[in-house]
Write a protein that binds this ligand. Structure first.
Ligand SMILES: Nc1ncnc2c1ncn2[C@@H]1O[C@H](COP(=O)(O)OP(=O)(O)OP(=O)(O)O)[C@@H](O)[C@H]1O
Ligand code: SF4
Ligand SMILES: [Mg+2]
Length: 369
């Protein structure tokens, strides 16, 4: 069966500097040969440090920017081959929500106008039914229909993210890219938004690409995880395998950095040596070799391929078969810090901090006079 989305060997290098004749002199290798697939109704998390290329992948997948090479197929169709009309139809099926909903919502438009705009643009609902559809969308994201007449600045951060989600839902998408959707929110609000995303996924059969650097969040929302380092995917697996038996030294280091409540608990914290190298001049061979404690000569000259085992757990490391087992490195389940525990408990079905159905209990600020 064809996956909903298939990304094959995607490359995007941005021009970082030009010579006196205006010709490119240096490139940022933001995305450098990335491949993955997303099935209908599943969540793939893209994780990695700041600058590793997560948002660039997101923009390439939506064809908001053009790739240098590689293909993106949606429902079996190569996006590069779509004409203007087909691209418009694709944009309806694939949406994006961002970290800062305030920046992505027009402050001069009411919520009603924000939600009506895509309905008009894509001719989805006849004029007489638009108001009803706006109210339905607000209810779907846990907001009261009376909020339709208000402006974005009258809402809390969590409520604004709900409005951004409602706008994405307006066009009845199949895929939503969530680019750090809860990073800017308080911990208690985060769990409500994550619950909402999960409920909507179950109800509407949505697929998500969930971009995040917060592994505690990813653990509880992802079906599969792809770990990125300097424009490449270094490990991909189903979420359970990745969190219980991570194989790549970089994934292990990221996971070992999740805070735990008992600082003296027995587990090895892997401290990454030095800064992340620049995507302007990534290291030769394995791009992680300047920070890897397992580095050997081969790592400096030969880039490891992403090789999948029988279970589909794929790793890009020359020494994967020789590395020590992961158990000693990782926190046991449920051994996160108290703040993360609270988030995880709320997200796993608890109700602390969230109203029924994850409805945001923070009410809108009164209208400015
Ligand atoms: N338009 C652009 N022009 C030049 N360089 C860019 C452009 N967009 C992104 N980059 C560079 O590409 C690299 C990847 O950026 P990207 O925003 O995709 O990373 P990210 O993983 O989303 O980071 P973050 O977690 O901070 O959001 C970075 O080095 C960034 O500076
Ligand atoms: S290929 Fe070498 S440098 Fe890269 S992660 Fe594996 S052991 Fe470390
Ligand atoms: Mg980003």
């Amino acid at each position: 069966m064809t996956a909903l989305l298939e990304v094959d060997n995607l490359v995007k290098h941005f021009v970082a500097a030009r010579n006196v004749f205006g010709r490119p002199r240096a490139f940022v290798k933001a995305v450098d040969g990335v491949s993955f697939a997303v099935e209908a109704g599943e969540t793939l998390a893209l994780v990695g440090e700041s600058g590793c290329g997560k948002s660039t992948v997101s923009r390439l997948v939506l064809r908001l920017i053009e790739a240098d090479s590689g293909t993106v197929r949606f429902e079996g169709r190569d996006l590069a081959e779509l004409n203007a009309e087909e691209l418009r139809a694709f944009r309806r099926k694939a949406q994006i929500i961002f970290q800062d909903p305030y920046a992505s919502l027009n402050p001069r438009m009411t919520v009603s106008q924000i939600l009506t705009e895509p309905l008009v643009l894509h001719e989805l609902v006849p004029p007489a039914r638009r108001r009803e559809r706006v109210e339905e969308l607000l209810r779907q994201v846990g907001l009261e229909p009376r909020f339709a007449r208000r402006y974005p600045h009258e809402f809390s951060g969590g409520q604004r993210q709900r409005i951004a989600i409602a706008r994405a839902l307006a066009v009845e998408p199949k895929l939503i890219i969530c680019d750090e959707p809860v990073s800017a929110l308080d911990v208690s609000i985060r769990s409500q938004i994550l619950n909402l995303l999960r409920d909507l996924q179950l109800r509407l059969g949505l697929a998500y690409i969930f971009v995040s650097h917060d592994l505690a969040v990813v653990k509880h929302i992802a079906d599969r995880v792809a770990v990125m380092n300097l424009g490449t995917i270094v490990e991909t697996a189903d979420a359970h395998s990745l969190f219980s038996t991570p194989r790549h030294p970089y994934s292990r280091a990221l996971l070992s950095a999740i805070p735990v409540p008992k600082p003296h608990a027995r587990r090895g914290r892997i401290v990454l040596q030095g800064e992340m190298p620049s995507a302007l001049d990534p290291p030769s061979g394995c791009r992680f070799h300047t920070r890897c404690s397992h580095v050997v000569a081969r790592c400096r000259s030969e880039q490891p391929a992403l090789v999948a085992g029988a279970s589909g757990h794929a790793t890009a490391c020359h020494r994967v078969a020789e590395l020590p087992p992961a158990e000693a490195i990782l926190p046991h389940d449920g051994a996160f810090s108290p703040a993360l525990e609270k988030l995880v408990a709320a997200f796993s079905g608890g109700t602390e901090g969230a109203g029924k159905s994850g409805v945001d209990t923070v009410t809108a600020a009164p209208r400015a006079t």
